[in-house]
Ligand binder design. Structure first.
Ligand code: NAD
Length: 292
């Protein structure tokens, strides 16, 4: 399958590499061409716009920051739909508003393009290793066509239903993940306050019922004060806002998520929007009682 990918950030760049490695002829486009240099050197082709890219491939993957970026790249004047021929398969793997994903899928269908929403979980490491969990909404026939691409990018691929249901599932993922991350940060602070050996705490707690990806991956970063992203606080905030808005519409209470969202707001207020989400630790530290 000739594949194009748009958005070569923390996630998109390693995903592009895995598509290339799996043998798919690859065309790329991103806002800053310099980010594509490595992929171009390894045989990928460059397209000057999303429309030009769409015209050159059988399937387009987008991995962009947020809803406005996906709307612009898909449906803008020089967007994917403007360049697409009928039968193009489009797969948005960014995390965006489920309602916007549904609207875009309808708009794409009018031009004969099948659009799947297929957001992912597993972080930068999962993108590099090709072990992402992929949650997919859209037409079942399009899901089947996308199989070989998903196989190159992830290890668990779950069909969740019609358009928007992949994004809805990702919001569930974000509620569970962000709450777990906040609990891990509290545990790290408690362990430090008690003078426990940091590595031994992760080892001991990680062997029992409190084991999690967040504990294994993020506690060590918090302990060595490595706040590089990973997953940026500002993108996490976008996801929690979407989760809280969907919950309100559905009449579902998310009190823990509301608190976690406020803690991230405190990180942002101190200039930490571009830090990794493990920087939630610093918001808790700011609440700590100072002795002496
Ligand atoms: P990022 O900011 O590193 O990458 C986004 C890329 O899109 C950048 O390279 C940017 O230049 C490009 N871009 C933005 N607007 C564009 C436009 N109009 N045209 C072309 N390119 C454009 O973000 P990321 O961490 O790679 O995340 C991408 C998506 O994946 C987000 O929706 C995020 O929520 C989601 N996600 C991220 C992670 C993670 O751990 N980083 C994990 C799962 C899901």
């Amino acid at each position: 399958m000739r594949v194009g990918i748009i958005g070569l950030g923390i996630m998109g760049a390693p995903m592009a590499r895995n598509l290339l490695r799996a043998g798919h002829p690859l065309t790329v486009h991103t806002r800053t061409r310099a980010r594509a240099a490595g992929l171009l050197a390894d045989g990928a082709a460059w397209a000057d716009s999303p429309a030009a890219l769409a015209a050159a491939v059988d399937a387009v993957v987008t991995m962009l920051p947020d809803t406005p970026a996906v709307e612009a790249v898909m449906a803008g004047p020089d967007g994917v739909l403007a360049g697409a021929r009928a039968e193009l398969l489009a797969i948005d793997m960014s995390t965006i508003d489920p309602a916007a994903a549904r609207a875009l899928a309808e708009r794409a269908a009018e031009t004969g393009v099948a659009l799947l929403d297929a957001p992912v979980s597993g972080g930068e490491q999962g993108a590099i290793a090709g072990t992402l969990s992929i949650m997919v909404g859209g037409a079942a026939a399009a899901f089947d066509r996308a199989g070989p691409l998903f196989a190159a990018l992830g290890k668990r691929v779950t069909y969740m239903g019609g358009p928007g249901q992949g994004q809805m599932t990702k919001l569930v993922n974000q509620v569970v993940g962000a709450g777990t991350l906040a609990a891990v940060a509290e545990g790290v602070l408690l362990a430090a306050g008690a003078g426990l050996d940091p590595a031994a705490v992760v080892e001991a707690v990680g062997g029992g019922a409190a084991a999690s990806w967040m504990l294994a991956e993020q506690a060590p970063r918090m302990q060595r004060r490595d706040f590089a992203p990973g997953f940026m606080v500002r993108l996490q905030q976008k996801d929690l806002r979407l989760a809280l808005a969907s919950a309100e519409r559905l009449g579902v209470p998310l009190p823990l998520t509301a608190v976690v969202q406020l803690l991230f707001t405190a990180v942002e207020a101190r200039g930490g929007g571009e830090l990794g989400t493990q920087a939630i630790l610093t918001a808790l530290e700011a609440l700590a009682k100072r002795s002496g």
